[in-house]
Design a protein around this ligand. Structure first.
Ligand code: UT7
Length: 325
């Protein structure tokens, strides 16, 4: 029995030029390189230039993904963009990307699931492709969190960075087995009881302002590993795979301690973990496609590899995806 799978044709990413190091932050606020590295693993992050918007980062990542896939933008009929830092309240940042790529057909929309945005976007695009509604999807995670940080709050401003990553998926007929290429399974969760633990204190309907990111870091940390591992066990169960079958674990890059603890609990060997949090910081919905892009470019992730993705963030939202590259 064959199955329609969303097969990865290519991926790409983009980081703003400006790098902000821990030492530079320590010169501005009461923090230190030692504290940030020890508690998070972060050494630097990229910051968008004045006038450089989320859409600009997304367009660059999308172009890189199209070049990697070797396909024409005109063959894309669906764009799903995960972001919590859109250019405008509306229209969706996805339509700015669509217009810049010269695409006037199909559909483009944003999806808001904070740090889980890429997993939610991937799952949504996969569902559409498998129904036959669309043929080729551009799935993007793009953020400019630097714009919603309170730069006087050392508990949050040291953690986040800007960037974008993109993946192109195509609906293809596959044999219908665990050895198929493409998205094999996705699992999405949310629980709004935790909405005040990580949020932005503004919005069009409440304050008519954009607001700043607020987080009870310790509370988020407390829930993270359990939630992440739960949805990964769901992915293993749905596909009959185990941690040993995984070639690469590409987690959301929020905190090295959370990633290490999750990999340890799942018995995933440290050498299979793709880590970019040291260089990118937490780029929210962009972190997974940025990390994928790094590991594909340096030759780690190859065609046929089994890649496990996971994320957890504000809402709370969390999710996993198992993809055969
Ligand atoms: O993207 C998904 C969502 N986000 C996350 O996954 C983040 C989850 N949380 C975390 O990663 C961690 O909780 C943090 C990295 C945010 C904080 O680490 P922690 O080990 O939980 O530290 P803490 O919040 O318990 O703070 C410990 C101490 C406090 O001082 P006292 O009260 O012990 O005197 C803080 O005031 O560290 C202090 N502190 C800092 N010190 C230097 C907080 N931020 C800083 C800082 N530099 N930047």
């Amino acid at each position: 029995m064959t199955a329609t799978r969303s097969v990865v044709l290519g991926c790409g990413s983009y980081l703003p030029q400006q790098i902000l190091t821990n030492a530079e932050l320590a010169a501005r606020i009461d923090t230190s390189d030692e504290w940030i590295v020890q508690r998070t693993g972060i050494r630097q992050r990229h910051i968008a230039a004045e006038g450089e918007f989320t859409s600009h980062l997304a367009i660059n990542a999308a172009r890189a993904a199209l070049a990697d896939a070797g396909i024409d933008a005109q063959s894309i009929d669906l764009i799903v963009l995960g972001t919590s830092t859109p250019d405008h309240t509306f229209p969706a940042t996805a339509v700015a990307v669509q217009a810049a790529l010269g695409i006037h057909h199909g559909a483009a929309f944003d999806l808001q699931a904070v740090c889980s945005g890429f997993i939610f976007a991937l799952s949504t695009a996969d569902s559409f492709l498998r129904t036959g509604a669309f043929k080729r999807a551009l799935v993007i995670g793009a953020e400019t969190f630097s714009r919603i940080l309170d730069w006087s709050d050392r508990g949050t401003c040291v953690l986040f960075g800007d960037g974008a990553g993109a993946v192109i998926l195509e609906a293809q007929q596959q044999p219908g087995a665990a050895s198929d290429r493409g998205v094999l399974t996705t699992h999405l969760r949310s629980d709004g009881r935790h909405k005040s633990k990580l949020y932005v204190d503004g919005g069009p309907s409440s304050t008519r302002t954009v607001g700043y990111l607020r987080m009870e870091g310790r509370e988020v940390f407390k829930h993270a590993v359990g939630m992440i591992t739960d949805v990964i066990y769901d992915a293993f169960k749905a596909t009959g795979t185990t941690a040993e079958d995984i070639d690469w674990f590409v987690p959301h890059q929020a905190n090295k301690r959370i990633i290490d603890a999750s990999a340890h609990k799942l018995h995933i060997a440290p050498q299979k973990v793709v880590l970019t949090v040291d260089l990118h910081g937490n780029t929210s919905a962009a972190s997974i496609p940025l990390a994928l892009s790094v590991a594909v470019k340096d030759g780690r992730i190859k065609k046929g590899d089994l890649v496990l993705l996971e994320a957890m963030g504000g809402g709370f939202t969390w999710g996993s995806a198992l993809v055969r590259w």
